[in-house]
Design a binder for this molecule. Structure first.
Ligand code: BGC
Length: 792
């Protein structure tokens, strides 16, 4: 049933793409718009936490106004543009600048006192909700000050990083991208929005649109991998899931596309580093996912920390105004990243706070996060005539319009009594299990998997065998370790008759060497620390060993770049010691990025990458290990052979000397390419056949050559062999379909070669298709198979 639904979704996506393709009459004519389409999917549940009427009454009471005294901006029946103008006309300059200022709401002490004074005087418009609890009471108290005690009663907008679920923690985004199922991601985002809004979060800082090209960069965990097409589909789904059709619904939130733009290309994979992205690469690799998000209606965008070609992102007028506003017609508001406006000073771009504020605002950054250069300098600069009042008004208008759209004037408070029942509902927990199993990627299987449920004794070894906290991954929202099902627990539940011995063997991290070279992050260990010898003893007495290895969750995410990508601590020693027992070994890998796995593969009979899978980790993995489900994930980031190859991604450019660009001491090829993933059966791909027509199409016969039912992700890649605008990459993903086949069954899988499939973005942002030769692959992964030559 599930399979059928996925299949239907992909069909719908294809249909939409086709209909768009049909509307494009000429393939030669450049055009300004292009969309990699997603289906409108899913019956989206709406929960009414408070009825409009009741809330309206509360707001009126709070404002001590009766209906006939309502100022226009409070009248929800009036159009938002009118309400915004009316409110703007009543505001002082200081109040306007307050709307462009975002603080951090943290519990307790003098910080909160300061916040309350700022709110009362209208000098802050938004908070990052770092109050720690999912109970919205504290948030509501701040909001009450804003609506009752500030002059105009403008509600605050509260933002938070709900990156892969709030209380129901799902797999990290990189993991979910490996499901190659944007529809599934949309479902997760619906839950994330429901829990967030109930917790008083009006605005979610996601989805991430950054392209992951270098696994040393810790934030690849938050991305949808290295391909702009796939990322665009996920971002579209993510925005739809969070925002729905109507932001004012009590279970929806405003989305925030981030980080605009190029942040992930940090040189050397070092977080916050500068970037060097030229225009054509910016247009074709780094901008498309943002463009998709804007087309999906994202309410806001966040600037990035990087400076590209010397220009800090929050001050990049070309990108923030020319591209975003003029070309893409983005009408929401732009918030800086955390202190990114003030950071233009240490970057060596702005001379002081005044010029930081001026360049950022004039470039198109509407709201400043955490630093206060707007609050501290804009009023004087406007009064002195250095900055036009119109620019301030324009930004304030955008912020106010978003607050109106969210219904914050009508429903400023989250219902404190309801939030508990909204968290961790059964549908959410079930979805967390499905998402975790769909995200896993099987990289090796020498026939050991799936395991028989009749096994007498199993050892579950390694520091992550029974760890709750580590399963949550980076940015784990309000997730709690107590909600997590560990791998050992999942296995025990799956095979209650089997004797399951659990030994950690070694910690995830060893104490730092005395020279201080390695930074050790704190990790919560729920398994008692034992020794490698203990693990070996346990291994010797069982039929199969499952080793739960990886990297700490604190070593992925923001400010968590790594120079080495092997297993941390003494896990490799543990693996090798256990392997010497000669027992069959399955490695289950928990990580936030591609790791360097050669040495692991040498010892393992099977290797399953589970990423950081969220609260249902153990159940989902047990479903796969014992064959109740088959692995269906495919990599969305290449796994390198060696760190020396980085950055490494499949959609790289060719060179003028194919074959001689590799190293003297290593191939330039990855260990596992983009798109790779095994399952419990095997597939054969026939040659690519072309059919003429308008548009032409390509198809290939895919056959299940194994002995079990199985699901394949059939991938369409193109190469534009000669492009006058500038060379195109060696391969680009432009379509995929999931097929489920019985043993021996074949199916012809067909893709239309529309303009959307064949085109590229020019330097000035037009979507172009040039006549000429293309190579077309229909394959199970990138960098494999024989292409057909297509003349367009
Ligand atoms: C991160 C953003 C995040 C923001 C607010 C920054 O450090 O780069 O991704 O949304 O903090 O938490």
């Amino acid at each position: 049933m599930k399979t059928l639904r996925w299949w239907t979704l992909l069909r719908e996506a294809e249909d939409i793409r086709k209909s768009i393709g049909r509307q494009q009459q000429s393939s030669r004519r450049p055009r300004r718009s292009m969309e990699w389409s997603l289906p409108q999917s899913f019956t989206e549940r709406r929960r009414s936490l408070l009825s409009e009427a009741v809330v309206y009454g509360i707001v009126l009471a709070l404002s001590s106004l009766s209906a006939h005294e309502l100022p226009l901006y409070r009248d929800s029946a009036r159009p938002i543009a009118e309400r915004t103008d009316d409110l703007l006309a009543r505001m002082t300059l200081a109040e306007k600048i307050g709307q462009l200022t975002q603080g951090v709401a943290r519990p307790g002490g003098s910080e909160m006192t300061a916040s309350i004074e700022l709110i009362r005087s209208g000098r802050v418009g938004s908070y990052i909700l770092e109050l720690g609890l999912d109970d919205p009471t504290a948030r509501n108290k701040l909001q009450e000050v804003a609506i009752k005690e500030s002059r105009l009663g403008i509600p605050l907008i509260f933002g938070f990083d709900t990156i892969h679920g709030l209380r129901t923690v799902f797999p990290i985004p990189l993991a979910i991208s490996c499901a190659w199922d944007p529809g599934l991601f949309q479902e997760l985002q619906v839950i994330a929005a429901r829990e967030s809004r109930a917790a008083g979060i009006d605005w979610v800082f996601g989805p991430l649109c950054d392209l992951a090209r270098d696994p040393r960069w810790g934030r690849v965990a938050e991305t949808f991998g290295e391909d702009p097409y796939l990322a665009s589909l996920y971002v579209t789904a993510g925005v739809r899931g969070l925002q729905g059709e109507d932001l004012s619904q009590p279970d929806r939130v405003a989305a925030c596309l981030k980080h605009f733009v190029g942040y992930s290309a940090a040189i050397g994979g070092r977080d916050y580093n500068h970037t060097e992205i030229p225009v054509l690469a910016m247009r074709n690799f780094f901008l498309p996912a943002f463009y998709a998000g804007v087309r999906a209606g994202a309410a806001t965008i966040m600037t990035a920390f990087n400076a590209n070609d010397g220009i800090p992102s929050s001050t990049n007028r070309y990108l923030l105004t020319q591209v975003l506003r003029t070309e893409w017609k983005f009408s929401g508001f732009v918030v800086s990243d955390w202190e990114a406006v003030a950071e233009t000073i240490p970057w060596g771009f702005a001379a002081d706070e005044g010029s930081a504020a001026q360049t950022a605002l004039e470039a198109g950054t509407d709201m400043e996060m955490v630093s206060a250069t707007y609050r501290d300098t804009l009023a004087n600069q406007v009064s002195a005539g250095r900055i036009s009042q119109m620019i301030v008004d324009q930004s304030v208008r955008r912020v106010l319009a978003t607050k109106f759209k969210l219904g914050l004037f009508e429903r400023p408070l989250a219902e404190a009594s309801a939030f508990r029942s909204v968290m961790l509902q059964t549908d959410a927990v079930n979805l967390a299990r499905t998402a975790a199993s769909r995200s896993c990627v099987l990289l090796k299987n020498d026939g050991l998997l799936p395991l028989a449920k009749s096994l007498k004794r199993i050892a579950v070894l390694g520091p992550l065998a029974d760890d709750r906290d580590e399963m949550l991954g980076s940015w784990s929202g309000h997730g709690r370790a107590t909600d997590v099902v560990t791998l050992a627990e999942g296995i025990r539940t799956k095979v209650p008759e089997t004797e399951v011995e659990v030994v950690s063997g070694c910690p995830l991290l060893e104490p730092p060497p005395t020279d201080g070279e390695v930074l050790v992050a704190e990790t919560a260990m729920t398994t008692p620390i034992s020794t490698i010898d203990d693990a070996v003893r346990a291994a010797s007495a069982v039929d199969v060993c499952i080793l739960a290895l990886g990297e700490p969750r604190a070593w992925s995410g923001e400010n968590s770049s790594r120079a080495h990508l092997g297993l941390t601590g003494r896990q490799q020693d543990l693996l090798e010691a256990v392997a010497k027992t000669g027992k069959p070994i399955i490695v289950v890998l928990f990580c936030g990025r591609p790791l360097q796995l050669r040495a692991v593969l040498d010892q393992a009979d099977a290797l399953l990458v589970a990423w950081h899978p969220g609260i249902q980790a153990g159940n989902a993995i047990a479903d796969l290990l014992f064959g109740d489900l088959a692995p269906a994930g495919r990599l969305t980031m290449s796994f390198p052979l060696d760190v020396g190859q980085l950055p490494l991604y499949y959609n790289r450019y060719r060179t003028g000397k194919p074959g001689v660009t590799n190293y003297r001491d290593l191939t330039g090829d990855p260990l596992f390419p983009f798109g790779f993933g095994l399952t419990y059966t095997s597939f054969a791909f026939g040659p690519v056949e072309l059919s003429s027509g308008k548009p032409a199409s390509a198809s290939a016969l895919v056959t299940n050559t194994g002995t079990r039912d199985g699901e394949e992700v059939v991938q369409l890649y193109i190469r534009d062999t000669a492009c006058s605008e500038g060379a195109r990459p060696q391969q680009e993903l432009r379509g995929f379909q999931r097929v489920t086949l019985r043993p021996g069954e074949s199916r012809s899988v067909r893709f239309e070669l529309t303009d959307e499939v064949l085109g590229f973005f020019s330097r000035d942002g037009d979507w172009r298709v040039e006549p000429g030769s293309f190579q077309i692959w229909i394959a199970p992964r990138a960098e494999t198979g024989n292409p057909a030559n297509y003349e367009h």
